[in-house]
Design a protein around this ligand. Sequence first.
Ligand code: RBF
Length: 157
Amino acid sequence: MPQICELNTLPPKIRFAIVVAEWNRNITDKLLAGAVETLTAAGVPDENIDIAWVPGSWEIPVAVQRMADTCRYAAIIALGAVIKGETAHDRAINDGVTHGLMRIAIEHSLPVMLGVLMCDTLEQAIHRAGGNVGNKGVECAEAALKMARLLPALPTH
Ligand code: RBF
């Protein structure tokens, strides 16, 4: 019978970090609330969830990297909302964040959840922050919990 690598329960004393951008805070507050509620519902105590606010999504990777360097966390959740404007800033930010977060995840062998909305309009962002397309903060926390049960169950040699 093939074996599925996954812990049935979360390891004790497990810690999660959330890095969240202040830019478009009306959206990111809702992503953060969804992420925290989901971790709490899974039994993670408040004192095991560290939250770092950064000014905008561009600053997310450097804060995630500092938190990854501590080796304290089972996973880190990155939350932000980039909304397209009249210039090309959104593309620069989106590329920087996605590549930065993937590099940190691979270099640290650490799950880093991409919860940065990259939307054409504010309406699209509202729909993804607890509206009719769900809450991406909730989905990121669910993915973080899943990865936290998976990675310790994978063979190391
Ligand atoms: N940060 C976001 O998180 N979302 C945005 O939609 C966003 N739009 C920006 C548009 C412009 C033109 C600029 C200059 C910055 C924007 N930022 C945004 C802020 C950015 O992530 C960063 O905090 C600042 O550029 C300071 O490094």
